[in-house]
Write a protein that binds this ligand. Structure first.
Ligand code: TNX
Length: 525
């Protein structure tokens, strides 16, 4: 009899365990010997035992409302009814965001090391809920101790090649939060559009945010293209988005590109280029020879004034200033640029680019912020305090870490969400091939680094360039399920990573995407 009971409990607890499909995989997850479930209903209170945890409670309620159609009462004191307790626990993990979680007959307890930790505990709770609509939400008894592996867990969105409206940007931020990620890299300027209002330079958005002739959704320039296309965010909207992100413990990293990818700015203010123009907001993709003039001091004044308006909008300690894909053609024939090279005894145009970045770094540092640049900023000498985003493979990042610079890994071969995710892609992409298991296999800390150098790898980020991504549904299709794989790379202990286990959990995650009304790529199924 005892034996039968033992097997019965084992089967029952295995069954219950099978319902626990958390992504990213928690560091420690235990199911109790006696299995059971606690049911959350519309009467279950959220009990704020710790102060300052309203963001977590509100996020939970917003999610419940959206997905299951009801919210929970929020109180400060526990009563007789078992509830969801949100609190703090003292923990000593190197990176903030750790939490403990207990589910038992008394209800749910979540204790974070700070507000962020509790918020991440809530994200886990959401994944314990049924993956289909229900009014009583049974969750398994369990206990979890969890903490992030990397401090920088980023997702990028290019809003220049195609513009995405405020409500969708917010939704994108929610996706980042649901995956326990904490940086939103907002690529705000490029050749095809300037997307942020700058009061001192109204033409940036009056002319620089609009282009004529690009056919939305197809290869540009192949017919029917008399469209006035674009958009921008007002400073008020930017503030709103930054606050929205902050309530989700997400830092918004703005990128203002320089010295290349500058056609939109040059179109608005032709004096910023070497030839004086005229220029056009680009209708096609690629790399364009007209860039900011590096020999003209008024270009630096312009960029400083722009940053004077941008930096106060973003509490982030970092500002991304691009630095990638800057052709040197126009500098080679520009008398002012050549004069600068001669006066400063620079070796070549690469050193001129390094001068450009270093001059901007000095200014940005003087305002208390740190620059981030794409790995091209290594060429001609790295700016003294710069953080490097390594996109052309890992080489630049490894080199920067060896030079004692902090690094964010974002190599194309693993982290490019604009690349196709199935061999036979069923939609137009820029090319390349990054299936979900490829992103899952990524290890941000290269074996080429010793322990001290490895500490400079702050984390990683996946990039969504939008040349061929024209609408929100396509954005979702491109990021899911790959962002779920990314979140595990960035959050879970390396030893916990297991592809076949992830694949099983991903089945439930896909049901959640459907529950959220979110599009995703199904070709891997
Ligand atoms: C390179 S990644 C770029 C982007 C393009 C992308 C397309 C990087 C720093 N620059 O401007 O959109 O390739 O994959």
């Amino acid at each position: 009899m005892k034996k039968v009971w033992f097997f019965a409990t084992m089967i029952l607890s295995m069954h219950l365990r099978a319902q626990v499909n958390i992504i990213p995989q928690p560091a420690e997850l235990k199911m109790p010997e006696t299995a059971g479930t606690f049911a959350i209903t519309a009467k279950t209170p959220i009990i704020l035992e710790g102060s300052g945890l309203e963001n977590s409670a509100n996020f939970l309620n917003d999610y419940l409302k959206q997905v299951y159609g009801f919210t929970l009462p929020i109180t400060k004191k526990a009563g007789k009814v078992p509830g969801i307790i949100l609190n703090y626990d003292k923990m000593e993990y190197p990176i903030a965001g750790a939490y403990n979680m207990e589910v038992n007959a008394k209800g749910v307890y979540i204790g974070g090391d700070n507000e962020t930790g509790t918020f991440y505990g809530v994200q886990t709770l959401l994944q314990l809920l049924p993956a289909e609509k229900a009014s009583s939400l049974a969750i398994s008894y369990l206990s979890i101790k969890d903490y992030p592996r990397f401090q920088y867990r980023g997702l990028h969105l290019d809003v220049s090649r195609h513009f995405f409206p405020v409500p969708f940007v917010k939704r994108y931020i929610d996706y980042i939060a649901l995956h326990k990620m904490n940086y939103f890299h907002w690529h705000l300027t490029d050749d095809q559009g300037w997307r942020i209002e700058i009061k001192k330079y109204p033409n940036l958005t009056k002319t620089g945010a609009w282009r004529n002739g690009t056919i939305i959704g197809h290869h540009p320039g192949t017919g029917n293209d008399s469209i006035h296309y674009g958009g921008f965010y007002t400073q008020k909207e930017v503030k709103e988005i930054v606050e929205y992100a902050a309530k989700r413990y997400i830092t918004v990293l703005p990128e203002i590109e320089m010295p290349g990818h500058a056609s939109a700015a040059l179109t608005a203010y032709p004096y910023l280029g070497c030839t004086g123009g005229p220029y056009q907001v680009q209708q096609t993709w690629g790399v364009f020879n007209d860039v900011y003039c590096a020999g003209n001091d008024s270009v630096f004044t312009f960029l400083q004034n722009v940053l004077d308006e941008v930096m106060p909008l973003f509490p982030a300690k970092y500002v991304h200033i691009g630095g990638d894909e800057c052709p040197k053609e126009s500098w080679k024939t520009c008398p002012k640029c050549q004069k600068r090279i001669a006066e400063l005894h620079l070796k070549d145009e690469h050193e001129l680019q390094s001068y450009f970045i270093q001059r901007m770094e000095k200014y940005i540092n003087s305002k208390g912020k740190t620059i981030i640049g794409w790995d091209e900023i290594l060429e001609g000498g790295l700016a003294p305090n710069a953080v490097v985003m390594s996109w052309r493979g890992e080489k630049g990042g490894i080199e920067a870490a060896k030079q004692n610079h902090d690094v964010i890994m974002t190599p194309t071969g693993y982290m490019y969400l604009d690349y196709s995710q199935s061999k036979k892609e069923d939609s137009l992409t820029i090319g390349g091939y990054v299936p979900v298991n490829k992103i899952y296999s990524y290890e941000p800390v290269s074996k080429e680094l010793n322990e001290a150098e490895g500490k400079h790898i702050l984390g990683a980020q996946a990039n969504l360039w939008t040349e061929y991504v024209t609408n929100p549904k396509k954005v979702e299709y491109m990021i899911f399920p790959r962002v779920s794989a990314l979140s595990e790379v960035l959050w879970s202990p390396a030893a916990k990573r297991n592809w076949s286990d992830f694949e099983t959990r991903l089945q439930t995650q896909c049901k959640r995407y459907t529950l959220w009304g979110t599009n995703y790529n199904k070709t891997f199924e």
